[in-house]
Design a protein. Structure first.
Length: 158
């Protein structure tokens, strides 16, 4: 397991150090089941909003709850390994709940980022981050990429 794939308790210690050194902490979350160029672009742009980027990563059971019984394609260890290998990702923290509210409330990032299919009003954790003086950024996706469409392309070829 990559050293940047940590529990919430470990993340809290790391974030305290970052915060004490004045670093701007950015957080996003997702399943990141099949990593594709759209994810990479999104994560690079999210990281550019601060000094460090934390990804809240849905565990396998929460992915099944959100995406259906055939997902995830890749287990959490594989997804975490790929994400942690990206230069723009500083920390990957798993969560088992359907939403990352527990992570966000505990970590209280300076910037909470979600993709363009959200509005600030329906982003989980937005109220908590804003109440703590942080900001919420809705980042547009680059078109043509999604894990679901990638899976469909693979299925259609077989």
């Amino acid at each position: 397991m990559p050293s940047s794939f940590v529990s919430l308790a470990e993340a809290l210690d790391i974030v305290t150090g970052w915060r004490n050194s004045g670093q701007r902490i950015v957080f996003t979350n997702g399943c990141f089941d099949l990593l594709h160029p759209g994810h990479i672009d999104y994560l690079k742009r999210a990281r550019a909003l601060g000094d460090v980027l934390i990804i809240g990563l849905n565990d396998d059971e929460s992915v099944r709850t959100l995406k259906g019984p055939l997902r995830p394609i890749n287990p959490i260890q594989d997804r975490a390994t790929m994400l942690a290998a990206l230069a723009c990702v500083d920390l990957v923290v798993p969560f088992a709940e359907e939403t990352p509210i527990k992570l966000i409330s505990a970590l209280l990032p300076d910037v909470l980022v979600k993709g363009g299919d959200y509005t600030p009003e329906n982003i989980v954790g937005a109220k908590e981050v804003c109440a703590h003086g942080g900001e919420v950024v809705v980042m547009p996706f680059i078109g043509g990429y999604s894990s679901s469409s990638l899976i469909q392309r693979i299925v259609d070829r077989h």
